[in-house]
Design a protein around this ligand. Structure first.
Ligand code: LUZ
Ligand code: MOS
Length: 755
């Protein structure tokens, strides 16, 4: 089945926040944000701006009727700065005017005087000062200290990975509309409608029932709108509350890049030990997470770094500590993979260092240490399948790796100024929110008397195709044509207390809830049919829009059955609830069974590096991916292609730069390079791993949103392999992204090969 949005998307008919018709009386917001990264506000004067043409009002923290607090996990983030500013881009005041142009023009009349403090932008420096968001977390398995003594080889090093701009095509935005009796309707580009509702209610000092949040779809989220859509919604809602008028707050691209947090940069130390057979005995790591100025989702991201710090490998002794370091950058936030990729980059760096120092291929070490059934993760969960081994073996065999390697070696012998590199990147990603309570969802299904069906869930469509999957679930449950079904907007009035659409878990959680709701309605319908056909309800079956009785097609079709139920006053609506069974986690022990299941796969990446320019091409990527049993192969393949290329971007070209004063330098698409069509591998083969899936996945179709991003890490190590093929003496720090500038420096580093 095709993505149900594809027709509208390609015709420009899909609606986003900025496409909504403007209501009469609407005010437009422009945000005045801090120009310094750290300091005190000595004075703030908005009176001149309030006199500017078209300006209706300028909001400051004094206008907030409820709490000036938007922190979700830790209450450490004011909506509008009061006495201090903590990052460049921190909202200080909001101009509300009759047009967006007038609002932005008035920003220059706002006068603010700061007393500057020295900003901290480096996480290790923050840690040394004791600026931590939460106490450090440590995962321990076995005893690394005892294990070192038995190791044949030990390597120590450091690995750094930088942040990443989400660059959703649709920037952050919200439209807030006053309803009667103080109620407000919020139309937001958010992954978390309930997070927006809760945040707005808190800032306005009203009950959550006074706030309705409605989401049609997002032009991309990637984690950037899991928590950080709240700010703009709260600003718009505050405007509506203070003026009684609709308020639209949509960020332009540069404002969005400047004011919002990104993927967390990490700086990490590692130590790894092997026995004489190159089995990993012990792994120790300390992760310094650059959290930015307030917690946002950093503590949860930090936790996922620890969960994934051994990637797809079995390691008997592990000690991993993670520190969430407070710096004067915009609060960093969720980004596809949620700290997992940052953890995986470190173990992959450790394995690369070992291979390079021992003079063997990295894949020999990787392959030897893959997780097997029954192995225990550092957090206590037991590995349930053999997918890690099978995916590796399958990609090696299907793409004749030995032959491929020979061709690459031959190429490198024949070419002096161009070198090819190869890498294997296995992945293992846990599916579930690591916070157990978030693994719940609801769906509301209405069957109308004409036989049409409306489905509402907590799932937010952001281009990932979740609405298509929800529609498939309902169509399959009732065995009716997809044309009968409409997936409604995500609305807090229809579905309450939603978890954000995140953690790759949206289709599983909301799909199961939809299935449960449909089954309840279907059961009542079958009972009605059983009455008619003088049989028991379990002898009734819906098939291709017809009622079947004891495997015989009856003379009732779907529409007739629905009508008869309605005439008999039988409820044709149901609210389904699903909570993932079996998962748990004990924070005091850092052990448990946090994930419903894991997703595995392996990618082989081939690159060619131009050794005069430092530039590179992605020649080919071959992936064997564990889809389980895909319920929508086209949608899922799209997720793999997109995730992989996004991962390539993070690891190779997306060069996020702040200066030492904490100002974002790469603040537009002219200075921040993201993958384009030329960055897509020339050949990209994706084949499914044959597996039975997981019963905790919807229709055994495993979660696919985040895992493929981590195949992108393979690009870094393939480039590294090519650099070392050119210059075996090269001294290359583990420092992603591997931009062409860094590649060029690496090519001619170490003992000069030009001498
Ligand atoms: N969001 C969250 C996530 O709140 N918890 C998670 O575990 C998670 N994992 C991945 C992406 N977003
Ligand atoms: Mo996400 S990083 O699943 O919002």
């Amino acid at each position: 089945m095709k993505n149900i949005d594809s027709r509208n998307h390609t015709r420009g008919a899909s609606q986003y926040v900025d496409d909504l018709p403007i209501l009469e009386g609407t005010l437009f917001a422009a945000i005045f944000d801090s120009s310094i990264a750290h300091g005190e506000i000595i004075s703030l004067d908005v009176s001149q701006a309030e006199q500017a043409e078209g300006v209706y009002k300028v909001l400051t923290s004094k206008d907030i009727p409820g709490e000036n607090q938007i922190g979700g996990i830790v209450p450490d983030e004011p909506l509008l700065a009061e006495k201090e500013v903590h990052f460049c881009g921190m909202p200080v005041a909001v101009v509300l005017a009759e047009s967006s142009e007038m609002a932005h023009a008035a920003l220059k009349f706002i006068q603010v005087e700061y007393k500057k403090h020295t900003p901290v932008v480096d996480p290790r420096e923050a840690a040394a000062k004791g600026w931590l968001i939460i106490p450090p977390r440590t995962f321990v398995k076995g005893s690394v200290e005892e294990a070192w003594a038995c190791c044949e080889h030990i390597f120590e090093g450091r690995a750094d990975s930088n942040g990443q701009e989400h660059l959703y095509i649709e920037t952050q935005g919200c439209y807030s509309i006053p309803l009667e009796n103080g109620k407000i309707r919020i139309i937001s580009s958010t992954q978390g409608p309930t997070a927006v509702q809760r945040c707005v209610a808190k800032v306005l000092g009203v009950g959550m029932h006074q706030v309705e949040v409605d989401v049609t779809r997002l032009g991309g989220g990637f984690g950037g709108k899991e928590d950080q859509a709240n700010t703009w919604a709260a600003i718009a809602a505050l405007g509506t509350r203070c003026t009684g008028r609709p308020v639209k707050c949509v960020l332009d691209r540069m404002a969005d890049m400047r004011m919002t947090g990104k993927r967390h940069p990490y700086s990490s130390d590692f130590k790894i030990g092997f026995d004489k057979d190159l089995k990993i005995k012990a792994f120790k790591a300390t992760f310094y997470q650059n959290a930015g100025a307030s917690a946002d989702l950093s503590p949860a991201v930090l936790e996922r770094t620890l969960f994934h710090c051994t990637n797809a490998y079995h390691i008997p002794h592990v000690w991993a500590r993670a520190l969430s370091c407070r710096t004067n950058l915009p609060p960093n936030t969720a980004f596809r993979g949620f700290g997992g990729p940052q953890g995986m980059f470190v173990i992959e760096s450790a394995l690369a260092m070992a291979a390079e120092k021992l003079g063997i291929r990295k894949e020999e070490i990787q392959k030897r240490n893959l997780i097997q059934e029954g192995d225990v993760f550092p957090y206590g969960q037991v590995a349930e399948g053999v997918e890690a081994q099978n995916a590796w073996q399958s990609v090696e065999n299907s793409f004749d790796f030995p032959g491929w390697k020979n061709k690459v070696d031959a190429y490198n012998l024949q070419n002096r100024w161009k070198k090819k590199g190869l890498s294997f990147m296995p992945i293992c990603f846990g599916i579930s929110f690591t916070k157990t309570l978030m693994n719940q969802a609801r769906a509301l299904v209405h069957v109308y008397s004409d036989g049409s069906i409306a489905v509402s869930t907590g799932a937010v469509e952001m281009g990932q195709g979740v609405n298509t999957k929800m529609l498939q679930v309902a169509a399959h449950a009732f065995s009716v044509s997809p044309e009968r079904i409409r997936i409604d907007t995500t609305n807090t009035g229809r579905i309450a207390n939603t978890s954000p659409s995140a953690a790759s878990a949206t289709a599983d959680l909301n799909g199961k809830a939809t299935w449960i709701a449909c089954q309840a309605i279907l059961q009542r319908m079958k009972e009605r049919a059983a009455e008619q056909f003088q049989c028991s309800a379990d002898e009734i079956k819906m098939q291709d829009e017809w009622v079947w009785v004891r495997d015989q097609k009856s003379d009732w079709d779907w529409k007739q059955l629905v009508l008869q139920c309605f005439l008999s006053r039988i409820s044709l609506s149901e609210h389904g609830h699903y909570a993932t069974p079996r998962i748990h986690f004990d924070l005091t022990k850092e052990k448990g069974h946090p994930f419903a299941y894991h997703v595995y796969g392996t990618a082989i990446t081939e690159v060619t590096v131009d050794c005069l320019l430092g530039t590179y091409d992605f020649d080919r990527v071959a992936v064997v991916h564990d889809y389980g049993i895909s319920m929508n192969p086209i949608v899922d393949k799209g997720q793999i292609e997109g995730g992989l290329v996004q991962g390539f971007g993070w690891m190779t070209m997306e060069d996020l730069r702040y200066n030492p004063e904490g100002r974002l330098l790469s603040n537009a698409l002219s200075t921040y390079k993201v993958p384009d069509i030329y960055s897509v591998p020339r050949i990209l083969d994706i084949i499914p791993l044959e597996t039975p899936g997981s019963e905790l996945a919807i229709f055994r179709s495993k979660a696919v949103g985040e895992p493929p991003l981590m195949y992108g890490i393979g690009a870094y190590f393939a480039i590294r392999d090519a650099v070392l093929a050119f210059n075996p003496q090269a001294e290359v720090p583990f420092d992603a992204p591997f931009t062409p500038e860094k590649v060029l420096l690496a090519l001619y580093s170490g003992k000069s090969i030009l001498a």
